[in-house]
Ligand binder design. Sequence first.
Ligand code: S3P
Length: 257
Amino acid sequence: MNIHELRADIDKIDNEMLALFQARMELSKKVAAYKIAHGSVILDAKRERQIIGKYDEDAYFKRFIQEIMEISRCIQTKIALNNNIVLIGMMGSGKTSVGRILSDLLDIECVDTDKAVEKAQKLSIPSIFSRYGEKGFRSLESAQIASAVAKKPPRVISTGGGVILNEKNMLLLRSNGLVFFLNRPIEAIQYDLENVFSKRKFRLKRPLLAKKNDLIRIYQERLPLYKKYADYEIKGNFRSIDAAQRILKELQLRGKL
Ligand code: S3P
């Protein structure tokens, strides 16, 4: 047998597996409908443990089945989810990257309100601040929030750090969204600001961080507001993928999404 024939056989098996995978996902959607009708949660950890336990002998089989179950859970979460996932937190807490990961995992749109403001104005945030001041920026931000909330959920809405300053923004976001506060330790954000992010770029993109102690001062002022509006807090110096997984797990453990 030559390599071309071997690859042709592999392709054939892949196609058969994909057809089976599709059939499996259709069944999984029916299970989602059943769970929704019965008010059950998406994540059935006991059943997952039982299934994965059968493959303890073979690490690759185990990885394969785990991946399939994870995809299945994402499909079910997307079906059950009738709220937006709203991310709030300080500048540099990872809202944009966590938002992107969640949007990929769940295959739903991600709205980044800062980017939406920039796109609508055809200006960068610093230019908006220097042209219209912080007040002007805040009203443009509120308009983008209202338009994101007006669309049919589920979406991921990744907000700017100051969104919590206006109660109306938060009432709107909470009207059809679950709010997750990404609470990375401020020292970690400060460290990134000094050592990891390009300092100049990070500050330039964030006009409120003109002076050295601005970040800590703003965090202290805002912390009670972030806590007040959060349905759930992700606390710690997490990697974006881990924060996204925790948010997913939290969603999968809620009967009403
Ligand atoms: C702001 C945070 C920025 C941006 C603007 C104001 C804030 O967004 O909205 O510079 O007040 O904290 P990020 O939190 O995405 O950096």
